[in-house]
Design a protein around this ligand. Sequence first.
Ligand code: GDP
Ligand code: MG
Length: 435
Amino acid sequence: LSEKLSNAFKKLKNKGKLSENDVKEAMREVRLALLEADVNYKVAKELTAKITERAVGQDVMESLTPGQMVVKIVNEELTELMGGDNARIEFASKPPTVIMLCGLQGSGKTTHAAKLALMLKNQNHRPLLVACDIYRPAAIDQLKVVGAKAGVPVFEKGTQNPVKTAKEAIRNAKDYGNDVVILDTAGRLHIDEELMDELKNVKAEVEPNEILLVIDSMTGQDAVNVAKSFNEKLEISGVILTKLDGDTRGGAALSVKAVTGKPIKFAGTGEKLEDIEVFHPDRMASRILGMGDVLTLIEDAQNKIDQDKAEEMAKKMMSNKFDFNDLNDQFAQIKKMGPLKGILAKIPGIANQLDNINIDDRQIDWTQAIILSMTPEERSNPSLLNPSRKRRIAAGSGRSVEEVNRLIKQLEQMQKMMKQLKNKTKGTKGGKKRK
Ligand code: GDP
Ligand code: MG
């Protein structure tokens, strides 16, 4: 999915302005990519319609980088679709809080009962795990093993009726001061009435504060259908999306909230008990988009770089008047965004290449020192810079004459480049001004 979307956006990036057609074109590809990632058809269609409506409009047309603006809108809509803010566990006002986990066989209920228990234990709760899966002999043992690993007690009554076991467990929790009770229930390979009836009974008798449906993210669209059925029959309160460490298709995550109206509360990201996270819709959206923290980068840039200044700069560049004053301004803008390595790390595909690279942010300071050691006259008229002036600047900035020379060369090269650019754009329609 990420690759597809990246391609769709790359097309936009090459254009200065977005027309309605551009957005529509990109959205067709976005929709196809979403469908391929197992996103529910209706959801994909509604989502792209909504994005198109927002994107073809003033905020995109007038923004500095229209392509990035569309990425931002897509991300915001994906985030909204997955529930906006991250949801939390609703604790009972009077303990114990009862959390019932349900889901198909193999979705990760037992594992996540223990993960959740460990997480809560680390937050100073005193959870109790309860074995309500009585059909497979190994199920109770499995819960005992992971419970021991998590250092959390496990309540079990063998093959006794799960409703009875759950009620006894809650009484036991009250007696022993356990403030959270986590019920690990049975699953089947497919949804069947018998299982649903049993779960409904448990629900009716113990009135859980949370009914969390555990779904396997790797089952794609099936997971969404499962969520729909469970929600209709049991009215769940949230979802735990497991195995996100495997195949990273985001399809299930995208559709679950839209189809059930229930938020994804936690994500399972591995086999170890520590591998559970509070689900963050915004992070998931970025991950689906495959753009690293590019959205944070866009926001940083929008907040910190003064747009008028940027436009003024662009005009200057095109008018051959780009001098050391402008260069100094540019450095100041870049510095506002923070360390260079941080900026680069947010660009997709670059982060993992940065490990062995040393980027010295002092380079900018050094360069600025040289510029600031020039007189205002020298800054706007670099041709004044003769050897004696260069020596004075080098001494003043604490840099070498060589460095001063290099910087002058760089400015000359930039001026030359801009001249070429200007000649190229002459006679084309591209020279139109924004806003
Ligand atoms: P249950 O039948 O719903 O109780 O599912 P289990 O908790 O027994 O999990 C089924 C299998 O999935 C086990 O082998 C788990 O180790 C594995 N599993 C569960 N959650 C995750 C996860 O988030 N990531 C990975 N990689 N494996 C998981
Ligand atoms: Mg189990």
